[in-house]
Design a protein around this ligand. Structure first.
Ligand SMILES: Cc1ncc(COP(=O)(O)O)c(C=O)c1O
Length: 422
């Protein structure tokens, strides 16, 4: 296990290690192939689908950050998921959470139903009987996504790991929502971590990528073989970009989280919000577990708009700072409607079962000025208020903090529960 602090690991990834010219920043190796030293004498590298120095550097850095033996960098988050699934076969059962990312659900469901790649059991880990259901399924692999998307539900990783030991099941955790800065599943006993590096790891919304980190070297080696065989390894340029983004992971996460706490505080006082979903709130059902297994509550949150679904376009089009877009984890704030966007691949009944209502809105809180973000949301609520009750416009704008653009962060009360872990 690395003795270095995450901030140092991330900031110094590949710095001052260039033997050729002493470059402080590591070079980008765009080559697809490598010259042999002589006939039948290959060098360390032969072909970039198998190995590439830039990609390897990113993999090693992610492995050190997550506390694993081996880090593999893939071309998408989905291919990192696909890679992990190579460890199971047609006779095995994969347990997945009922509320995992829609794209992951689509992959698991179609591989199981159309390709018979494995048997699938969907479990709601929020219900008391989750352990009985998992035990009955005798899975070879258990997939977790905590916090979940988009309701930020928390699963107790250590409890699942303890159960998995009964039948030697591998536990895979999708750590995309938090990054190793806020959660280290391998330290909690998981076997594999997967990431969509498209999100917080890269942090700048300019590449699509993924990563898989294995706790054990042997598992990492087997999956490295599969990564080359399937051809899911990432390109050098994307790896370089991701390394560049990764270096500022800690300060970014700190600012994301600081802003998210202020936005949550504001939303809680907003009459046009029915419910805020954020693990940092003491009344969130997963608060205690999140506090125990995470190092912070993150910057993803959702809320139910207390207005008719027909007013959603009014709310979204009034926003100037939050961008209506899929994805998350970039430095810019994004807003999305999970029902019609990220989770559109789930049918209406599955959405309902997962608790995704028609007015659910998800925020990925960025690193802009928090007061301006809050003022932006206030504009959205004022527009909705005006449409539903035009006479109330003036009073609503005042009550909703529309004046806050000129103010500073300090005018928004910061709930100490959110900052406790920083
Ligand atoms: C939790 C989670 N896992 C995996 C993925 C897939 O990642 P990618 O889009 O990079 O393929 C996503 C994408 O949104 C995600 O949110």
């Amino acid at each position: 296990m690395s003795q270095r602090h995450s901030a140092t690991i991330a900031a110094r990834a590949g710095i001052a290690q260039d033997p050729a010219f002493g470059a402080v920043t590591p070079p980008l190796y765009l080559t697809s192939t490598y010259e042999l030293k002589a006939f039948k004498q290959p060098g360390q590298y032969d072909y970039s689908r198998s190995n590439n120095p830039t990609r390897d550097l990113l993999g090693e850095t992610l492995a050190e950050l997550e506390g694993g033996a081996k880090g593999l960098v893939t071309n998408t988050g989905m291919s990192a998921c696909l890679l992990a699934l190579q460890l199971i076969g047609p006779d095995d059962t994969l347990v997945i959470p009922h509320d995992c990312y829609g794209g992951s659900y689509r992959l698991f469901f179609n591989l199981a139903s159309r390709k018979r790649a494995f048997k699938l059991k969907v479990v709601n880990f929020q219900l008391e009987q989750w352990a009985e259901e998992v035990r009955a399924a005798k899975p070879a692999m258990i997939w977790l996504e905590t916090p979940s998307n988009p309701l930020l539900q928390i699963t107790d990783i250590q409890a699942v790991v303890a159960l998995a030991k009964e039948f030697s099941a591998k536990v895979v955790v999708d750590n995309t929502f938090l990054s190793p800065v806020l959660q280290k599943p391998l330290d909690l006993g998981a076997d594999i971590v997967v990431h969509s590096t498209t999100k917080f790891i890269n942090g700048h919304s300019d590449i699509i990528g993924g990563a898989l980190i294995a706790k054990e070297q042997s598992v990492g080696d087997e999956l490295k073989w599969w990564a080359n065989c399937l051809g899911v390894t990432a390109g050098a340029f994307d790896s370089y970009q991701t390394l560049r983004g990764l270096r500022t992971l800690l300060p970014r996460i700190k600012q994301h989280q600081h802003n998210a706490a202020l936005v949550v505080d504001y939303l809680q006082q907003q009459p046009l919000v029915n419910k805020v979903y954020y693990p940092g709130l003491p009344d969130h059902p997963g608060h205690a577990i999140a506090k125990a297994q995470q190092f912070g509550f993150g910057s993803m949150l959702s809320f139910d708009l207390a207005a008719d679904e027909a007013l959603l376009p009014v709310f979204f089009s009034a926003l100037k700072c939050f961008t209506l877009a899929q994805s998350l984890g970039g430095i810019e704030s994004l807003i999305c409607h999970p029902g019609s966007m990220t989770h559109a691949s789930l049918d209406a009944a599955t959405q309902k079962a997962a608790g995704i209502g028609p007015t659910l809105i998800r925020l990925s809180v960025g690193i802009e000025d928090a007061a301006e973000l809050i003022a932006d949301l206030a504009q959205g609520f004022a527009a909705v208020q005006q449409q539903s009750d035009p006479t109330a416009q003036a009073s609503a704008a005042a009550a909703q903090g529309g004046q806050s653009t000129a103010g500073s962060d300090a005018q928004f009360r910061l709930n100490p529960a959110f900052t406790a872990l920083w």
